[in-house]
Design a protein around this ligand. Sequence first.
Ligand SMILES: [Ca+2]
Ligand SMILES: [Ca+2]
Length: 72
Amino acid sequence: MAHIDIEEARKQFERIDGDGDGFITAAEFKSALAQGGDWNVTESVAEAIIKSRDLNGDKVLSFDEFWSFLNK
Ligand SMILES: [Ca+2]
Ligand SMILES: [Ca+2]
């Protein structure tokens, strides 16, 4: 994965976090991917992706979890 700096990551995170509550839900993730042209991602796929990155098990992605996902 290409290197990304924390400022760029924060911009991406804010773009995905549609309601601006500081957490990315599966629905927000799905619509962000759809906007990026990836219409094949269903809600259950988005949920699975979130789940695989979700470190504390609350079913949403915080910025820290998003950041560690980008840096894997
Ligand atoms: Ca949100
Ligand atoms: Ca979480």
